[in-house]
Design a protein around this ligand. Structure first.
Ligand code: ZN
Length: 287
């Protein structure tokens, strides 16, 4: 499943290619699963709208959209009230979802669930073999903009970060995976962040000192930012908006390195299961 750096990489890649473009029309597959709002209303809502920007919120990709021009006044305002976006198209990639920008003649691969034709001639396509992804359209003139659950790990401040874990008895690794606390941190970056902070994954979240939590906050942000710079981690079938793989997997210190020597001290990396997830750590570097 793509985590924060992969989603950020995809959002940036899509933004670079479609910002300023306009949706001509949208086509959706007949499957029900990937559609959080009904496919027909999404198609109707998206048609004609300019794409103002594409960005990441938690593990969601949010396309900020303007107003579709009215037929009688094609040059009327394209922004919503107060000059903000008038609508959003929200994409959650789930386990296997991919959001791709393609040429119109690119073959339509199996499991394509959405095709947005753009004025430039390009297409924005959503492909998802397992259909755990979700697509949603929001008209911001009728309801609030998308704000995912959980705090943003790249910008959260020390006090707020510490407060997330105060009094929690569960393992810190499990707490990091809880998307209602921090958004976007999954198995890879929880393991890597804990390694760089020198904290054992099974340690009780509520027993970490303020200094340890601060080390963890900084380590997580560093690991996530470093992974974004490298285009994310390509494990299983993750690719960015161009279909290019990321390279952060080559720099994993502990994740999926069970039995291999720690890059820092040479001890063998161990694997345990925490919250039902494979968890990797160095017993020497993490206390
Ligand atoms: Zn070590």
């Amino acid at each position: 499943m793509p985590e924060l750096p992969e989603v950020e990489t995809i959002a940036r890649g899509v933004d670079a290619r479609v910002r300023g473009d306009r949706i001509v029309e949208a086509w959706f597959s007949r499957h029900r699963e990937p559609f959080k709002s009904a496919a027909a209303s999404q198609a109707k809502g998206l048609a004609g709208r300019p794409i103002l920007a594409v960005h990441r919120t938690g593990k969601h990709i949010v396309c900020e959209l303007g107003l579709a021009p009215a037929e009688d006044t094609p040059n009327a305002r394209s922004l919503g009230q107060d000059g903000r976006a008038a609508a959003q198209w929200i994409v959650h990639l789930g386990m296997t979802g991919r959001l791709l920008v393609t040429d119109p003649e690119a073959p339509v691969v199996p499991h394509t669930h959405a095709r947005l034709t753009l004025t430039s001639g390009r297409e924005l396509r959503f492909v998802d073999p397992r259909r755990f992804g979700r697509l949603e359209f929001r008209d911001l003139e009728k309801r609030e903009g998308f704000a995912g659950p959980g705090a943003e790990p790249l910008t959260i401040e020390a006090t707020e970060f510490a407060a997330l874990f105060r009094g929690r008895k569960l393992a810190i690794k499990a707490a990091l995976l809880n998307q209602t606390l921090l958004a976007g941190v999954g198995n890879i970056y929880a393991d890597e962040g804990l390694f760089h902070a020198g904290i054992r994954p099974r340690k009780s979240a509520g027993r970490l000192t303020r200094a340890q939590l601060e080390k963890l906050r900084v380590a997580l942000a560093e690991v996530l930012n470093h992974a974004i710079r490298l285009g994310g981690s390509s494990v299983s079938d993750y690719v960015d908006a161009n279909g290019v793989k990321g390279f952060f997997q080559l720099e994993h210190c502990v994740y999926q390195r069970t039995g291999e020597p720690c890059r820092r001290c040479g001890s063998l990396i161990r694997r345990v299961v925490v919250a039902g997830r494979s968890t990797h750590y160095c017993a020497n570097c993490q206390r």
